[in-house]
Design a protein around this ligand. Structure first.
Ligand SMILES: CC(C)(COP(=O)(O)OP(=O)(O)OC[C@H]1O[C@@H](n2cnc3c(N)ncnc32)[C@H](O)[C@@H]1OP(=O)(O)O)[C@@H](O)C(=O)NCCC(=O)NCCS
Length: 187
């Protein structure tokens, strides 16, 4: 790809093409994934949803970030994703460009901690690393090798422990899982 990649704020009109792109990239079973539980009764953070466009495929890339609260302390964090690039446009730097801009905007908004479920070899390129086992729980199964974090502010992970949930549903949506993680935090 020649020149810098143009990134655009996602608009309401992008909703259906973005969903189509996500189905192309991840398959229609994607909604069964644990990370989707965190997007129910939740909304993407304004200003952090981006797309790339071109005349050939329309929306060629998409990224969004979602607010989370973790544990009894309701420590704030962001969930990165979904990040997807059209199969015909992969390997051109679009995914990294979307992430770098999204993370820079998140930092500028004052967010300190970002979580995601994804391939560590890819996300390590922008600084993500595997979370310590058992530190943060999710409302469903997750491969611990794919549960990653990035501190946008140094030390943002310190003291964060417990179940990650969408804001306002913490400790209510899955009380047994929350209790389980409370015990692990106290151990
Ligand atoms: C993963 C994805 C977002 C990457 O976007 P992209 O625009 O194709 O990636 P970029 O062009 O920014 O980066 C390409 C580089 O990342 C590497 N890469 C891409 N996906 C990777 C993965 N899952 N694991 C490790 N490395 C990966 C490529 O090999 C390439 O490496 P190179 O620079 O050494 O040649 C995109 O391929 C996609 O939507 N895939 C379908 C969904 C998916 O498989 N997600 C898995 C990640 S959670």
């Amino acid at each position: 790809m020649c020149g810098p990649i143009a990134l655009y704020d996602t608009t309401p009109a992008d909703h259906d093409p973005v969903e189509h792109l996500l189905d192309l990239a991840f398959g229609s079973s994607r909604r069964g994934k644990t990370s989707y539980r965190l997007r129910e009764a939740n909304s993407p953070v304004p200003g952090l949803s981006l797309v790339t466009r071109d005349d050939g495929v329309g929306i060629s890339g998409t990224i969004s970030f979602w607010p989370l609260e973790i544990g009894d302390e309701r420590s704030p964090a962001l969930l990165l994703g979904p990040l997807a690039v059209h199969p015909d446009r992969q390997g051109l730097g679009i995914g990294l460009a979307l992430m770098r801009e999204g993370l820079a905007r998140a930092r500028a908004q004052g967010h300190g901690l970002v979580l995601l479920v994804g391939d560590e070899p890819y996300y390590a390129r922008v600084g993500f690393a595997k979370l310590p086992d058992g530190l943060i729980g999710l409302p469903g199964p997750v491969d611990p090798r794919r549960f990653l974090y990035l501190e946008l502010m140094p030390g943002a992970l310190a003291g964060v422990c417990g179940l990650a949930q969408a804001p306002r549903s913490a400790a209510l949506a899955v009380p047994h899982a929350a209790q389980d993680h409370k015990q692990r935090c106290e151990a």
